[in-house]
Design a protein around this ligand. Structure first.
Ligand code: CAO
Length: 416
């Protein structure tokens, strides 16, 4: 099967997570992704949090599958020459260096555009160009704080809280992938490349847009009725942290199930969808609530929503999270067990769909990774191992016309 991105060559000048997540996705869909890494060390994540001595860390293997690795010192004149050749023959360059690093290396947007006017140059930075913080280096949690996620996550009586989900890193990479594909479609029409830039702050904020909705509602009416602070607590002039409250029009909460005293994940998320009130009452064995004016409407329920959740927890007390969901699903109630990483890793449905995949690796043996969350009718991405450092250096250099002697010479000056 021909993969949709086959024939697209991508220079992957990325490291850590935000950039690699983007190029990995494009590699799954068929792009020829060449990861350019510093000779000797490579992407810092190869060494971070190693669980097997001398083998690439999972942090690296899980973000760099399906790629090739070319070692190249792009600060040496010989290395720059190789990079220039590669640029002339590629479609996309993706980078997520600190601000100004690419310019300092001698590869400004103007220079890249001069070398290959058809090339798309895609960048991740912490803040957008021209932002008053655009000189800052940024990691995941910094972005979560700068993008509005931290101030709105957690409990109202605790500090701002970081999500375990990579809202700053992988999320930004996904935004960049959309930008690159858009620019490639644009190039088909105009014949010209362009610069695509995504900031981590903007990408986090994009996912927090309902909180900006809430800020405006708060300023207009002074309260947010779906937050636990309503109606008994106080609202200030900023969107508060709402604990585990549902973010839309449906109240919800994380509720204890059988075994919660010893199992920190014996919980389900329960949603009280407005029009599902009758089935909820039936499922809970509370038919008397259906027409009770204190329960009948969402408005009537809100002032004592936590008493309702307590009652539901009473119903859940003798059911495991899985048993509870099996009952509630029959009543069409939106809910799910709180799943651990162990449960997800062993979930047969996720294995069958290719969302969790086991990948053989030359040095590590096999490891688990998250495969493509995007499913196609005509494409089933095959996830292959991440490359060893410099594994494809000779292959890539040969494809650029370098002879064995040339490669030997480049090695002599430690340019590759
Ligand atoms: N050959 C020679 N030099 C190389 C090279 C190569 N193949 N690859 C990288 N370098 C150099 C760069 O040119 C740069 O040199 P100068 O600073 O001297 O110009 C240097 O290596 C590394 O730059 P850096 O600023 O990217 O690295 P860092 O470890 O100090 O910072 C990070 C890391 C992530 C904070 C920074 O890259 C950043 O802010 N990136 C943008 C935001 C981002 O993507 N963050 C998410 C990371 S995932 O959590």
């Amino acid at each position: 099967m021909t993969k949709p991105l086959e024939g697209i060559r991508i220079i992957d000048f990325t490291h850590v997570q935000a950039g690699p997540a983007c190029t990995q996705l494009l590699a799954w869909f068929g792009a020829d992704v060449i990861k350019v890494e510093r000779p000797g060390s490579g992407d810092v994540t190869r060494n971070q949090l190693r669980d097997i001595p001398d083998a690439d860390a999972l942090y690296f293997t899980m973000l760099n599958s399906n790629k090739k690795s070319l070692t190249l010192d792009t600060k040496k004149p010989e290395g720059k020459e190789v990079l220039e050749k590669l640029i002339r023959e590629s479609d996309v360059l993706v980078e997520n260096f600190g601000p100004g690093a690419l310019d300092r290396m001698g590869f400004s947007w103007e220079r890249l555009n001069e070398l290959n006017p058809k090339m798309i140059v895609a960048s991740v930075k912490g803040f957008s160009d021209g932002h008053h913080y655009d000189d800052l280096k940024v990691y995941e949690n910094v972005a979560q704080c700068a993008g509005g996620a931290a101030s709105t996550t957690g409990f109202w009586d605790g500090p701002p809280t970081i999500s375990a989900a990579a809202l700053g890193d992988s999320n930004t990479g996904m935004h960049l992938a959309i930008g690159i594909l858009t620019a490639l479609l644009g190039r088909d029409k105009t014949g010209k490349g362009q610069k695509v830039a995504v900031s981590m702050q903007d990408s986090v904020l994009n996912l927090c847009r309902v909180k900006l909705r809430d800020q405006q509602r708060l300023e207009r009416v002074g309260y947010l009725e779906e937050y636990p602070q309503y109606p008994h607590g106080e609202f200030s002039d900023v969107v508060p942290r709402g604990g585990n409250a549902g973010g839309g029009g449906q109240p919800g909460w994380v509720l204890k199930c059988k075994g919660w005293e010893t199992d920190p994940n014996a919980y389900i998320y329960f949603t009280i969808q407005g029009h599902a009130w009758e089935p909820i009452c039936k499922a809970l064995g509370k038919p008397e609530w259906i027409d009770d004016p204190a329960y009948k409407t969402a408005e009537a329920r809100q002032p004592h929503i936590f008493d309702i959740f307590k009652t539901i927890e009473g119903w859940l007390a003798d059911k495991t999270k899985f048993e509870a969901v099996d009952i509630l699903r029959k009543f069409d109630i939106p809910c799910a067990p709180v799943l651990t990483m162990k449960e997800l890793a062993n979930d047969p449905s996720l294995r069958a769909s290719g969302t969790i995949v086991e990948v053989p690796h030359k040095k590590r043996g096999s490891y688990l990774t998250v495969g493509s969350p995007i499913k196609f009718s005509d494409l089933k991405p095959e996830i292959t191992a991440s490359p060893l450092l410099g594994e494809h250096t000779e292959e890539v250099l040969a494809s650029l016309g370098y002879s064995k002697q040339d490669i030997f010479n480049l090695r002599e000056v430690k340019a590759v």
